[in-house]
Design a protein around this ligand. Structure first.
Ligand SMILES: [Mg+2]
Ligand SMILES: [Zn+2]
Length: 193
């Protein structure tokens, strides 16, 4: 059996509007194209896996429970449009946090590869046939780290990030938003992987 390929998708600024620490489900706002983009990945047989840094948990701005409520709410919104996220992985840690349980260095805060490693183990994904998509250079760095291709989107912090290149780090594509990322990936999958 071929290991599955996946889109390791950043959440804030990529799938939904960047609003700072997202501490209530009602503040979730999908971009207008997000449902169509996720559905396109679903139809093409890609797993869609959210990988997101949620240091607000360690900092005491939100709880694990809130993160999970946000993800259930996101699922409701996506399902209404026939789109499916296969799994959510988040890092609640930060070395400078205030909440003792989560205030530490970890191996899962992007660009570290811990979340992707868990996903590949639990879902049977081959990261080298996969893509990471996000609005920060750390999302591209994560792609490099796991041998995936990396796409930077210009939503969220993406425009600012694009203007501040990181030495030695190039995206495989820089595109306007998740819809453009989906088109690019689905058109280039044969040559890119
Ligand atoms: Mg982001
Ligand atoms: Zn972590």
């Amino acid at each position: 059996m071929n290991p599955k390929r996946a889109i390791f998708l950043d959440r804030d600024g990529t799938l939904i509007e960047e609003v700072g620490y997202l501490d209530r489900p009602e503040r979730v706002e999908l971009f207008p194209w997000s449902i169509d983009a996720i559905r396109a990945f679903n139809r093409a047989g890609w797993r869609v896996v959210i990988v997101t840094n949620q240091s607000g948990v360690a900092r005491g701005f939100l709880t694990i429970d809130v993160v999970e409520q946000v993800h259930r709410h996101l699922d409701d919104l996506l399902h209404e449009g026939g789109a499916v996220i296969d799994a959510y992985y988040y890092c609640p840690h930060h070395p400078d946090g205030k909440v003792a349980e989560y205030a530490r260095a970890c191996d899962c805060r992007k660009p570290a590869r811990g979340l992707v490693d868990r996903a590949t183990r639990e879902l049977g994904i081959d990261p080298r046939r996969s893509f990471a998509v996000g609005d920060r250079w750390l999302d591209v760095a994560l792609a490099r780290e796991v041998g995936a291709a990396g796409v930077l989107v210009r939503t969220g912090y993406g425009l600012t990030e694009e203007q501040r290149p990181v030495n030695g780090l190039a995206a495989d594509a820089v595109v306007d938003n998740l819809a453009a990322a989906a088109s690019w990936i689905l058109q280039n999958r044969r040559s890119a992987i």
